[in-house]
Design a binder for this molecule. Structure first.
Ligand SMILES: NC(=O)c1ccc[n+]([C@@H]2O[C@H](COP(=O)([O-])OP(=O)(O)OC[C@H]3O[C@@H](n4cnc5c(N)ncnc54)[C@H](O)[C@@H]3O)[C@@H](O)[C@H]2O)c1
Length: 251
């Protein structure tokens, strides 16, 4: 199938690598125009070059409010509006609660949670204008159930779910749907902090068959289709949901 996102003007954060890049590839294949917002300028230049006129890269540090405002302005000017907000960028820091610093806690929350609030607030005028807008936020299985070493990350992703459901209810009559995606163990370098915490790659691999009912980790390409569905008009009756894609762990 193709063209499921034709006419959509998407602002996607973290779209230069791993899960975000898989989302970008799927969105472009389905006909969307995408403004990719990320802190990594080198990878950003690569995606802009690869996708020609369909993708614009905008460098921003989403822990900074002024960067978010500037990125939204630039994206809306380039795409002549914003119909779809996909807030995928995030960070993970791991460690025992005894040793976890307040500055690391604040860093994770500013990127994983606070940025979502600022993006939504600042992009709302564009989203409302479109009449059938969609916001998709990246949460995590860790936002639904805890994990040792993940106190801060897990709390941040639970906050994303709380924000998603509440803002969805607020915007339900405004033509703006809001949903969250909660992946489980997706095989990207992102999980290195918690892999180190539990004792290394071998230990993690030994846990996979017992922890994951499908018996393996997921791939970024297995997460992206849920973003396509939630961004498209096929999900026109779906809002205020936090949907898990985790090989059956959460049930
Ligand atoms: N990999 C997993 O197992 C997994 C599971 C559940 C949820 N997630 C979530 O999926 C998302 C993407 O994860 P990934 O595995 O692709 O990791 P990743 O590290 O490859 O992607 C994160 C992206 O966010 C960008 N980013 C980080 N800090 C930023 C900042 N301050 N400003 C702008 N951009 C910034 C990075 O440059 C990168 O492109 C994250 O939100 C993560 O929490 C991942």
């Amino acid at each position: 199938m193709s063209g499921r996102l034709s006419g959509k003007r998407v602002l996607l954060t973290g779209g230069v690598a791993n899960i975000g890049l898989a989302i970008l590839e799927a969105f472009v294949a389905e006909g969307a125009v995408v403004s990719v917002v990320d802190i990594d300028a080198a990878k950003g230049a690569d995606v802009e070059k690869r996708f020609g006129g369909r993708v614009k890269f905008i460098k921003a540090d989403i822990s900074r409010e002024e960067d978010i405002k500037a990125a939204i302005g630039e994206a809306a000017a380039w795409m002549k509006g914003i119909s779809t907000l996909c807030l995928n960028a995030g960070v993970q820091l791991s460690g025992k609660v005894d040793d976890f610093s307040t500055s690391n806690w604040d860093k994770v929350f500013s990127i994983n949670v606070r940025s979502n609030f600022i993006f939504v607030r600042e992009a709302l005028k564009y989203l409302r204008e479109t009449g059938n807008a969609s916001i998709v936020m990246m949460s995590s299985l860790a936002g639904k159930r805890g994990g040792a070493g993940l106190t801060c990350y897990s709390a941040s992703k639970a906050a994303v779910i709380g924000f998603t459901t509440s803002v969805a209810l607020e915007l339900a009559r405004d033509g703006v749907r809001v949903n969250a995606v909660c992946p489980g163990w997706i095989d990207t370098p992102f999980n290195q902090p918690v892999i180190d915490f539990i004792g290394g790659k071998e230990k993690q691999e030994s846990l996979v068959p017992t922890v994951i009912p499908l018996g393996r980790q997921g791939t970024p390409q297995e997460v992206a289709p849920l973003f396509v569905y939630l961004a498209s008009d096929e999900s026109s009756y779906v809002t205020a949901q936090a949907i898990t894609v985790d090989g059956g762990i959460y049930n």
